[in-house]
Design a protein around this ligand. Structure first.
Ligand code: S3P
Length: 439
């Protein structure tokens, strides 16, 4: 584990960086490539710890994976061809742990074991076990709800499932299982969450439709192998965007960012806080629309400016879930109060991100209180944040949060465990240094 000190920026950040490839879309592209009948090509795959775990997992299941230049080429094993008896190490990747069982539960007569690192062993899998059991799959988890766990494949029946929490991971798991079920599967979300699975399955030839909060798909015999170009990850770009908003005099462009409406909640929150982020974002989708397969991409231009506090409501949470720690940080520099509610999901991320954000930012001098389902920040406005030390506790987004806080603070921030950033953003420190004119 390594530590790093992020000194206060003495001048505005300038220039441009290219956002690293989207983690959610990379996981899905590799998994659907493995499920397909044919050879899939993934351009701009994210080469980071989490998504390397996914390539390792599909190899263990029988897919052939090779690198051609920067592209990942996957020869699939077919929708019902995952290799029996595989032991899968998901590492730190919650998305892999929650999506893959949807496929494995449909491999009749086969058994699989899934496990991961210490953080994964604290993350519940009962949220996927419940719907998969209703479909006929068998999931045997530690203490009824944690990894390591076994998935025993069965013939699956279709269900209509009302998600108890707005989770794209759980939605995706049920939809993946639904491809192998006996009739139409429907998932109803409490509020829209990221829809990369729906888009990619539409592109692979699955009949999938959205009607308000319902997503329905028909079973299929096979998936078409696709040519997928992965956009930049808004959740990674968000750290550069927040740094540019907070450091006076900054003007930064983040290139090639995926701006699917279900991912841009953070930009809408920022706009309410008064920040200037410009780009051609995807418009809010209409209801009852056929699912489009394309993922929109654009450059985002950001400039520093004063912020005002805002309230983030429960229905906005799934659209900005991974950026909420940054909303807390931005709230420290805003005039007035910033409140996040309905975000209890943050407690079961790579770390308890409500406790981590509140304790971490308080240690840097912030006035912030935890609630059961979020936090309340009393903004210091132009008085800013003192600085100090923050422990990433193995969580990539906490590590990057600490770094951005350091640049914007008076005394700088020592981040304990900065190497965790490599889970999603291996070039994070270099990109930040480039914007500071130090690389
Ligand atoms: C993800 C969905 C979100 C998000 C995670 C990636 C995905 O999790 O926090 O980083 O790729 O589907 P939940 O669906 O559990 O909210």
């Amino acid at each position: 584990m390594s530590d790093a000190f992020f000194a206060p920026a003495t001048a505005g950040l300038q220039g441009s960086v290219t956002a690293p490839a989207d983690k959610s879309i990379s996981h899905r592209a590799a998994l659907f490539g493995a499920m397909s009948s044919g050879t899939a090509r993934i351009v701009n795959y994210l080469h980071a710890q989490d998504t390397t775990s996914t390539l390792d997992a599909i190899r263990v299941l029988g897919a052939r994976v090779r690198l051609e230049g920067d592209d990942v080429v996957v020869e699939g094993v077919g929708l019902r061809g995952a290799g029996d008896g595989a032991m899968i190490d998901v590492g730190n990747a919650g998305t892999l742990m929650r999506l893959l069982p949807g496929w494995l539960a449909a491999q009749e007569g086969s058994t699989f074991q899934l496990d991961g690192d210490a953080s994964i062993r604290r993350r519940p899998v009962d949220r996927i076990a419940q719907p998969l059991r209703r479909m006929g799959g068998v999931i045997e988890a530690t203490d009824g709800r944690y990894p390591p766990f076994l998935v025993r494949g069965r013939a699956l029946r279709a269900i209509s499932y009302v998600l108890p929490v707005a989770s794209a991971q759980v939605k995706s798991c049920v939809l993946i299982a639904g491809m192998c079920a006996d009739a139409t599967t429907t998932v109803t979300e409490p509020a829209p969450s990221r829809d990369h699975t729906e888009r990619m399955l539409a592109g692979a030839g699955v009949r999938i439709a959205r009607d308000g909060l319902d997503v329905s798909l028909q079973p299929v015999d096979s998936l078409h192998a696709q040519h997928i170009v992965v956009p930049g990850d808004l959740s990674s770009a968000a750290f550069m965007i927040a740094a540019a908003v907070l450091v006076a005099g900054s003007r930064v462009t983040v290139r090639d960012v995926g701006v699917n409406w279900t991912r841009t909640g953070f930009l809408r929150i920022l706009e309410r806080m008064g920040a200037a982020v410009q780009g051609e974002l995807e418009a809010v989708p209409g209801t009852g629309a056929a699912v489009a397969s394309a993922e929109p991409i654009c450059d985002l231009a950001v400039a520093a400016g004063p912020l005002r506090g805002t309230a983030v409501a429960a229905e906005e949470v799934p659209l900005a879930i991974d950026e909420l720690p940054l909303v807390a940080l931005l709230g420290c520099f805003a005039e007035g109060e910033t409140v996040v509610r309905g975000a209890q999901e943050l407690r079961v991320k790579e770390s308890d991100r409500i406790a981590g954000v509140v304790d971490g930012l308080r240690g840097l001098g912030a006035e912030i209180e935890a609630t059961d389902d979020g936090f309340v920040v009393s903004g210091a406005g132009c008085r800013g944040l003192r600085g100090g030390t923050i422990d990433a506790a193995g969580d990539h987004r906490m590590a990057m949060l600490g770094a951005v806080a350091g640049l914007a603070s008076h005394e700088g921030v020592q981040v304990v465990g900065i190497d965790a950033a490599a889970v999603s953003y291996p070039g994070f420190q270099q990109d930040l240094a480039r914007l500071r004119g130090r690389a």
